[in-house]
Design a protein around this ligand. Sequence first.
Ligand SMILES: Nc1ncnc2c1ncn2[C@@H]1O[C@H](COP(=O)(O)OP(=O)(O)OP(=O)(O)O)[C@@H](O)[C@H]1O
Ligand SMILES: [Mg+2]
Length: 235
Amino acid sequence: MLSIKNLHAGYNGLKVLKGIDVHVKPNEIVALIGPNGAGKSTVIKAIFNIANVYDGKIIFKDKDITNMKTHQLMKLGISYVNQGRINFGNLTVEENLTIGADSIHDSSVVKKNLDAVYKKFPVLKERRKSLAYGLSGGQQQMLALGRALMHKPSLLLLDEPSLGLSPLLQKQLFKIIQDLRDDGISILIVEQNAKRAIEMADRTYVLEDGKIALMGGKDIVNHEKIKSVYLGGRY
Ligand SMILES: Nc1ncnc2c1ncn2[C@@H]1O[C@H](COP(=O)(O)OP(=O)(O)OP(=O)(O)O)[C@@H](O)[C@H]1O
Ligand SMILES: [Mg+2]
């Protein structure tokens, strides 16, 4: 599905990622964890052509998508929800959602996708005429996710969607993410909470200082490093 090979990336000459390999197979949830500043968001930004790629390749469904323009990536079926659930506060919920589908020119398809999002998030339907800034944190996150789903992606890139949500809302969100995977969407997710990430993901990569320090399935939770650094001690 997605293959990142020997990726070196950063910003205006600043090297953040120093040769990383990350793979997401069809129908997989893959998590990226690691300390603040490790480069987790940069991985997702490099895929979505927001960070600079200096070396390496990003392959999506056998196609080289390195440096491809954002709207082309979206057309290919990749969606991105950035850190900090950014919505257009002065637009209504429904306007935010239809903006997410602006690359789709057939209005009946937009309507169909909108209905699918409302079915998944009934609260967005209830609040469809409300301005986005009036939504609660959890509703904002659903709106950001809903907007990303408007053009039916097959790969979803999520950067810390649980940030700032209560434990209960986090739980609901992770359930939704797992449902999306069951619907056939592959997911690459950056998550602060190592325990939750490992539990939810099929595979987890630990990123430290721009390099992959560790990778494994759910049993990675028993790894000494994970136990001491990410689950117990200082992280
Ligand atoms: N737009 C940018 N311009 C310049 N440097 C940036 C930019 N975005 C991030 N950086 C730098 O790149 C490094 C990695 O940042 P990144 O956002 O990928 O970290 P992260 O692992 O997502 O951290 P966090 O857990 O805090 O979100 C940091 O040193 C950061 O200061
Ligand atoms: Mg980040």
